[in-house]
Unconditional design. Structure first.
Length: 800
């Protein structure tokens, strides 16, 4: 195989610059691996073998463009200064300081890249003027769903005139979303769902597949039909200019001129023809193997390893440079030596910046520990703890905390002033590290959902009663008017106006791009919303039924929920996931798997409104904020009539504030969503037998009762029951933990707390099936009556 001559109109200087970037990146990989084996870093995964393809891709990446890629993209990031070599090493060391490690502040493992879309106060930067990279995640192919939205946003910016003023996000919708993925990850369902969605939406995507023939140790023939991803993708190839589908290129990863030409053509097709492109880069290598966890000699043949050496892309590019007379070998050696040294220097600077602050903290601590020893407290054990810390070559903050802890334990009987200072230092370190590793689970900006001013619903004398879906429909209509950047999409959401009519008529009013039908593809629907949100739009994505949220749950959990956290407030995507659930009928239409959800989406607020008025209040609250949320409407509430608030556009329900639906003195009954109605029903019957129930709707599961309103009720009643239609030990157990443990409710209990849930099995179909699957008025009555009878059998005789 022979490489081509000089590509296109590229200058010799820029070729040399490309080579040096690739070379420095390779050096960073080599040095990085050594850093792991020397024990200074825990794990390494590097971009060696993919350098030349990535410098070619970087050539066509413009300000405003955005990447959604994975851990192999280090050369691309370095080429565009989205990451410096020093920052690369800072991440390797898990340096938990944004100034040193701006991708994740030490929260993500190495090669998980991100640029900062937000200023420190959480407000947007001018993304249209920057090189952007969405924040990487580790699960293979999970970068794909968001790529759908990142690329689709350009279409919306181009085609929706109301978005024209948002020029800080887009300049006319020309931006390309650059995706990257490994060959083996293309075996994931998310890959195919995303490719299909990108094709259907004609999203502005340039997707590169880095193909080194393996997925860790497993070769392509076990991964992909026909053993080659572009062959398997052939049906997506468009036919003729302007046709639907993709343009698909194949190019060798060691062939610099061919790569440059391919990427120039690919970017032109995406930007000018507005057709998505896939570049399948083959014959890539992985000189150091998959990661520092193993060695590729164990699964690659000698012939393969020899081939990898010969076709190493850096070596090939170097030969080509010499061949073309761009620079002589001796001169190349000179610049390589310079670059090798530059990488070592950057590594040293990154290491010092990481370790020195910790060493200073250790020195400060050692002064106190010396005082402890001088006071003779804690005996030998205190001295040993101190000496152990002093001896550590590379102390971590964890070592400091352990030493303080051990010293406090062994000096427990000593009444020495230094112990108080040690306690104070303990508190200070603990608080600083909790902040260092715990901040930004949610937005901490001025638009945090928790700071949105609540506005109570106002009702006029002639307040009309409307059905639930009509109330929501008006709420959405007003929201589209107020927020030009609001878009909503989902299955049957556009023309039909959703299966329950919440969006009825709105597509006609606001157009297909703002109120859109979508394919049946829950994971990429949420991904689409994440990508749109990252580019400054406000998506409401509908998942038709709560039971089907499971398809999207992985994306919500791994991507959306972690976004603020994994960038330490550097990126946000204020997505609203709308769904409807709880009661209908049948195994897959009436589930309420809330505990599965709330335990997986920490980082997303979860609202469980009991009716459509409350739901509207949550939509309004979330649209005022820059947080993301899941809003679960009650499936059987759309036809029930509710009073229409006069201030429907302003009315806002606060998060984390339960509402007392019924005052009572004997038992507190805590529930949410569809169960509120049933709880009230049961309470009415319990009142007939003299049991006075206080019913509380928690309204949001995440956050949960921020002001401990439920505890206030428990202090009055002394008895508490948690009710829902999740599985036993599910969300009822969560609520119980929050109140009994978290709020200290156990102090006020006069009876054992009770959890009433649905059965462990899925809810059976039909009304009788439902009756014996889920809690109902009678079962609630019996449980609460039983609780009261146990406490006072004389007043409450045996009934059943
Ligand atoms: C969902 C998921 N499954 C498994 C893994 C473990 N894993 C990490 S990388 C990898 C192989 C990926 O191969 P490929 O897509 O070809 O990318 P490469 O590393 O070769 O560039 C696997 C199996 C993972 N991160 N995520």
């Amino acid at each position: 195989m022979k490489t081509q001559g000089m590509p296109l109109n590229i200058t010799k200087e820029s070729i040399l610059e490309d080579y040096r970037t690739a070379f420095r990146s390779r050096q960073a990989s080599l040095v990085g691996r050594k850093e792991v084996f020397s024990g200074k870093a825990k794990f390494g995964i590097f971009g060696d073998g993919k350098e030349v393809a990535q410098i070619a891709m970087a050539r066509v990446f413009r300000p405003g463009d955005i990447r959604s890629g994975y851990y192999r993209d280090q050369t691309f990031m370095l080429a565009l200064d989205m990451c410096t070599v020093e920052q690369f090493f800072a991440q390797l060391y898990a340096h938990a300081d944004l100034a040193a490690e701006p991708s994740s502040a030490g929260r993500s493992m190495t090669a998980h890249f991100a640029t900062r879309s937000l200023d420190p106060d959480g407000s947007w930067k001018a993304l249209a003027d920057m090189h952007n990279s969405s924040a990487d995640v580790s699960p293979t192919a999970s970068q794909m769903p968001r790529l759908v939205g990142l690329g689709y946003a350009s279409r919306l910016f181009r085609e929706l005139p109301e978005l024209a003023p948002l020029s800080h996000f887009s300049k006319g919708g020309d931006e390309i979303a650059f995706g990257t993925i490994g060959n083996a990850s293309c075996a994931e369902g998310l890959f195919w769902e995303s490719v299909n969605a990108i094709g259907v939406l004609r999203a502005l995507v340039l997707l590169s597949i880095w193909d080194d023939g393996y997925g860790i140790s497993v070769p392509n023939e076990y991964q992909i039909t026909k053993g080659g991803i572009s062959q398997a993708l052939a049906g997506f190839q468009r036919e003729g200019d302007g046709g639907a589908g993709f343009e698909i290129h194949r190019v060798h990863g060691w062939d610099y001129p061919a790569l440059c030409e391919t990427y120039v053509n690919a970017a032109r097709t995406v930007r000018e023809e507005r057709i998505p492109v896939i570049v399948h880069v083959t014959e890539l290598t992985q000189p150091q193997g998959h990661s520092t966890s193993g060695s590729h000699e164990r699964y690659k043949s000698r012939e393969r390893l020899e081939w990898e050496e010969e076709f190493d892309c850096i070596r090939k590019m170097r030969e080509w440079i010499v061949d073309q007379g761009i620079l002589g070998a001796a001169e190349l050696e000179r610049v390589e030596a310079e670059d090798r040294q530059a990488v070592l220097d950057a590594k040293d600077r990154a290491w010092r910046a990481f370790i020195e602050p910790i060493q200073r903290e250790r020195d400060e601590l050692l002064v106190l520990l010396d005082e402890v020893a001088e006071a003779g407290s804690g005996g030998d054990a205190a001295g040993r703890a101190r000496d152990g810390l002093r001896r550590l070559q590379n102390p971590l903050r964890r070592d400091l905390m352990r030493t303080i802890h051990d010293t406090l334990v062994v000096t427990r009987d000593a009444d020495i002033p230094v112990r108080r200072r040690l306690l104070e230092l303990n508190r200070r370190h603990d608080a600083a590290n909790r902040e260092r590793y715990g901040s930004h689970l949610h937005s901490e900006s001025a638009q945090s959902a928790l700071t949105v001013e609540p506005v109570a619903a106002r009702y006029d004398d002639d307040t009309p009663m409307v059905r639930g879906f009509e109330l929501l429909n008006r709420c959405f209509d007003l929201a589209f008017e107020r927020h030009p950047e609001l878009v909503a999409f989902g299955e049957d959401l556009g023309k039909l106006g959703d299966v329950n009519q919440g969006f009825a008529g709105l597509q006609e009013k606001y157009g297909e791009l703002r109120v859109g039908d979508a394919g049946i593809r829950e994971a990429t629907l949420v991904g689409q919303a994440i990508g749109l949100g990252m580019r400054g739009l406000r998506p409401i994505v509908e998942i038709q039924y709560l039971d089907y949220l499971l398809y999207a749950l992985q994306v919500m959990s791994d991507d959306l929920a972690t976004l603020q956290y994994r960038t330490r407030g550097g990126q946000k995507s204020p997505v609203i996931v709308r769904t409807r659930g709880h009661r209908l009928e049948g195994i897959w239409h009436s589930g309420s798997p809330m505990s599965g959800i709330i335990n997986l989406v920490r980082g997303i607020y979860v609202c469980v409104p009991r009716d459509m008025t409350q739901a509207a209040g949550f939509y309004n609250t979330m649209l005022c904020s820059d947080d993301c949320a899941l809003i679960v409407e009650v499936l059987n509430g759309y036809r029930i009539k509710e009073a229409l608030p006069a201030n429907l556009a302003e009315f806002a329900v606060p998060l984390g504030q339960p509402e007392v639906l019924r005052q009572g003195a004997h038992v507190t009954l805590v529930t949410y969503g569809a169960c509120c109605r049933i709880a009230l029903d049961a309470s009415a019957q319990l009142a007939e037998v003299g049991i006075d129930v206080e019913v509380i709707d928690v309204q949001t599961l995440l956050p949960f009762d921020g002001d401990a309103r439920i505890l206030e009720s428990l202090r009055k009643t002394g008895r508490i029951v948690f009710l829902d239609e999740d599985v036993p030990g599910g969300t009822t157990a969560y609520m119980m933990q929050q109140v009994i443990d978290g709020q200290g409710g156990y102090h006020w209990l006069d009876s054992p707390p009770l959890a009433l849930s649905a059965q462990a099995h899925r809810p059976a179909y039909g009304s009788d099936g439902d009756y014996w699957s889920k809690p109902n008025r009678e079962s609630i009555f019996r449980a609460l009556y039983g609780m009261m009878r146990e406490a006072d059998p004389a007043t409450y005789p045996e009934l059943f």
